[in-house]
Design a protein around this ligand. Structure first.
Ligand code: BGC
Length: 406
């Protein structure tokens, strides 16, 4: 028998601005997607039209039973031109936070989720001398959003991935074959700068918004070593993950984001077995990753509360999403029963959204028609929302099946 979920447990789903809002035209990613010869095959375009339909998204999540929603504020909308703030964009995000609170969805607000204003990137991105000052000015600009009632704030999403993407979008590196070959080593100078920016942001937020809990989120790789792969696995895990987790030790929480595992042999990544099930991103279908991720995080940052800020699978067959999530939650419950301090579970993703270059990998609990933008919750949305409403992580298969077909 597992203990009840802790009070205030966040049970919901996540999105990010660029992946859902649509027409994020002042951002570096928009320019990257639409540049002649771009390696991106499908631009984000209207995305899920959530810049207009966010209320509907929130109301739907709440009606499904969730009590929390993670979304991000888009710096490129708040400051589309260097030094010129859009008060209307700030008011938009204030409305989002207020509405979330009003309907009983605890907002988890990410201040930076992969994209930058184009001007910021053109001025050198995170490697510019004044990058951190610019970020702090942006934090000042969005303080009304936090004051509107955002009590859980993520400074930077996945710095371990961002430091790679930043180099790609700047044109310093290419990413052949996506992330199947594992994460390239983070660009060291960028990673250092992101860590500095994060620490400055945490101090700033604590000073200006006492009572807000803040941290960053780390893409967890659930690194395992195949025979002979111990040292290679240790190095891979440290540079791509633990270094970033160490930088979270003085925060109020760390966000764990987990999808699959990475197996390392003496010569590097060991591909999944030929008969392994793969998801639409090409990653191994491996729901046990979440339990490994939270247990590992708790060893690197002992005592630090964990929020699962992303977990899910891009699958066409929604039954597989339910199966994946059921196993992931069971593992999460086991880790919690063993004392790992987990304060929330936010599924990736609320919606079928823009998966950084294409729409085909569908992570959503809710389908989105690509031209009418009509939202259709999938069986997984009803199933997971029901667990959220009941405040439990585990159901047996039969009970879940009944729910799905109720
Ligand atoms: C990111 C999301 C992304 C998801 C699935 C995470 O790396 O934060 O933006 O869509 O994983 O790839």
């Amino acid at each position: 028998m597992h203990p009840p979920l802790p009070d205030g447990f966040l049970f919901g789903a996540s999105t990010s601005a660029h992946q859902t809002e649509g027409n994020n035209v002042a951002s570096d990613w928009w320019a990257f997607e639409n540049a002649p010869g771009s390696p991106v095959t499908e631009p984000s375009g209207d995305a899920c039209d959530s810049f207009l339909r966010w209320r509907e998204d929130m109301d739907l999540l709440r009606s499904l039973g969730f009590n929390s929603y993670r979304f991000s504020v888009e710096w490129a909308r708040v400051e589309p031109v260097r030094g010129r703030l859009s008060h209307s964009a700030v008011a938009h995000y204030v409305d989002m936070v207020e509405h979330a609170r009003r309907i009983g969805l605890e907002p988890v607000v990410t201040l930076h989720h992969f994209t930058h204003p184009l001007w910021f990137m053109r001025d050198g991105g995170w490697l510019a001398d004044d990058a951190i000052d610019r970020f702090v000015r942006y934090l000042d600009a969005v303080s009304p959003v936090i004051d509107a009632g955002a009590r859980t704030v993520v400074t930077i999403n996945e710095p371990n991935i961002l430091s790679v993407m930043h180099a790609i979008v700047r044109g310093d590196a290419a990413l052949e074959g996506g992330l199947l070959g594992g994460i390239p080593a983070p660009h060291r100078a960028t990673a250092e700068r992101l860590a500095d920016a994060h620490h400055v942001a945490v101090d700033h937020l604590r000073r200006r918004h006492p009572g807000v809990r803040t941290g960053w989120t780390v893409a967890n790789q659930a690194v395992q070593s195949a025979p002979g792969g111990g040292a290679v696995a240790d190095d891979y895990r440290y540079t791509r993950e633990d270094w970033f987790l160490e930088h979270s030790r003085d925060d109020d929480f760390v966000g764990v984001q987990s999808y699959t595992r990475t197996v390392m042999g003496p010569d590097g990544i060991v591909p999944a077995a030929d008969d392994a099930e793969l998801t639409l991103t090409g990653w191994e279908y491996y729901p046990a990753a979440l339990e490994e991720a939270v247990r590992h995080t708790a060893t690197v940052a002992p005592g630090l509360p964990i929020i699962v800020t992303e977990n899910g699978a891009a699958v066409a067959d929604d039954e597989r999403r339910i199966d994946y999530t059921r196993h992931a939650l069971r593992g999460l419950a086991e880790a919690m029963a063993d004392g790992v301090d987990v304060r929330g579970y936010l599924h990736w993703s609320a919606l079928d959204n823009y998966e950084w270059g294409r729409y085909a990998p569908t992570f959503g609990l809710i389908a989105v028609d690509r031209t009418t933008f009509v939202r259709t919750p999938k069986p997984s949305a009803f199933w997971l929302g029901d667990l959220a409403r009941r405040g439990i992580l585990i159901t047996d298969h039969q009970e879940s099946a009944n729910q799905e077909h109720a």
